[in-house]
Design a protein around this ligand. Structure first.
Ligand SMILES: NC(=O)c1ccc[n+]([C@@H]2O[C@H](COP(=O)([O-])OP(=O)(O)OC[C@H]3O[C@@H](n4cnc5c(N)ncnc54)[C@H](O)[C@@H]3O)[C@@H](O)[C@H]2O)c1
Length: 298
């Protein structure tokens, strides 16, 4: 038997915004495989995530594949991936609603502060999931995207991976079976998907080369860095890209070798593989979990 047992492993998952997020399904799969899961959520999503974790009406979405156990993270922390440290937070420069929400927060909600808190409390980190993207002008084609929105998208959606790996490396170094970072990308980082605007395609291109570079820089600590390139799936972020996102999913499904759309559980299962000893020699790779869509010429 080949085991997939994450008992005793600490998994830090970013990017749960609700119970449709890829990160939600990844978190559940990690717990089902035995890992202790810590969530780091955007501060403005904390309320939503906390209610999904407790409300009766959301119980079914919390169930693990055994149909009985409920998903229960060991901790839920706020983190805004725009900030590497709290010195970057300039409340006066934030939109009014965000400023009001952040003014109420206590503690460190920067990337390094959140990662230090997890690393110290849990004595290390074995798995880090980066499942974050934001493009203020994602509905605008690249050619109409402002410089400000483009840079903001790059900081949150791409640079944050480098920032997280830098902050987490001391806690992930030389773990018993090695440690694993997995991020999420999209085929628009390599090919033209015209409606994927606001600089988001550029973010994914940057994320892809950054993941390869990071694989080199932390490989000597037995930390692996890989990405999953997921097929289109109607999460909250994806629905915000285009009101006709469903048509894009249908198009990909029709033109994929497997002739169907992907499910978020399939992204979660492939993440488990990348985090497991089965992938102990796999780093700097992009694994396409897209029913094969990326190989097609039409
Ligand atoms: N849905 C798709 O079709 C698709 C396809 C390929 C790749 N992806 C990628 O998968 C990842 C997850 O997206 P999803 O589809 O699950 O959508 P989602 O909206 O559920 O997840 C995006 C997450 O990013 C978080 N986020 C945004 N700005 C942040 C910030 N400043 N700080 C901290 N968190 C922030 C949001 O709170 C949200 O939880 C993204 O990287 C996305 O680009 C999605």
């Amino acid at each position: 038997m080949i085991p997939l047992d994450f008992s005793g492993k600490i998994a830090l998952v970013t990017g749960v915004g609700d119970n449709e997020s890829f990160a939600w399904f990844i978190s559940k799969a990690l717990q089902a495989a035995g890992a202790k899961v810590v969530l780091a959520c955007h501060p403005r999503m904390m309320g939503i995530v906390e209610s999904i974790l407790t409300r009766d009406m959301d119980r079914e979405s919390r169930l693990l594949p055994d149909g009985k156990t409920e998903f229960k993270p060991a901790k839920v922390l706020p983190c805004d991936a725009s900030f590497d440290t709290m010195a970057d937070v300039k409340l006066d420069e934030l939109p009014e609603a965000t400023k009001r929400a952040y003014a109420k927060l206590t503690g460190d909600y920067s990337i390094s502060g959140m990662i230090d808190a997890v690393g110290k409390e849990f004595g290390g980190i074995d798995i880090l999931i980066h499942s974050i993207a934001f493009g203020r002008e994602v509905t605008k084609p690249l050619i109409d995207t402002s410089r400000k929105a483009y840079h903001e998208a790059m900081g949150i959606s791409a640079y944050s991976l480098t920032s997280m790996v830098r902050a987490a490396a001391p806690y992930m170094a030389n773990r018993p079976d090695g440690a694993s970072v997995v991020g999420l990308t999209y085929v628009a980082g390599e090919r033209v998907v015209p409606h994927y605007g606001g600089g988001m395609a550029t973010c994914k291109a940057a994320l892809q080369i950054d993941a390869k570079q990071l694989a080199w820089f932390v490989g000597d600590k037995n930390i692996r860095v890989n990405l999953i390139s997921a097929g289109p799936y109607a999460s909250r972020a994806a629905r915000a890209i285009n009101k006709d996102f469903g048509k894009l999913i249908d198009h990909a499904a029709e033109h994929s070798p497997l002739r169907r759309p992907i499910g978020p559980e399939e992204v979660a299962n492939s993440t488990l593989y990348l985090c497991s000893p089965l992938a102990s020699a796999v780093t700097g790779q992009i694994l396409y979990v897209d029913c094969g869509y990326n190989i097609m010429g039409t």
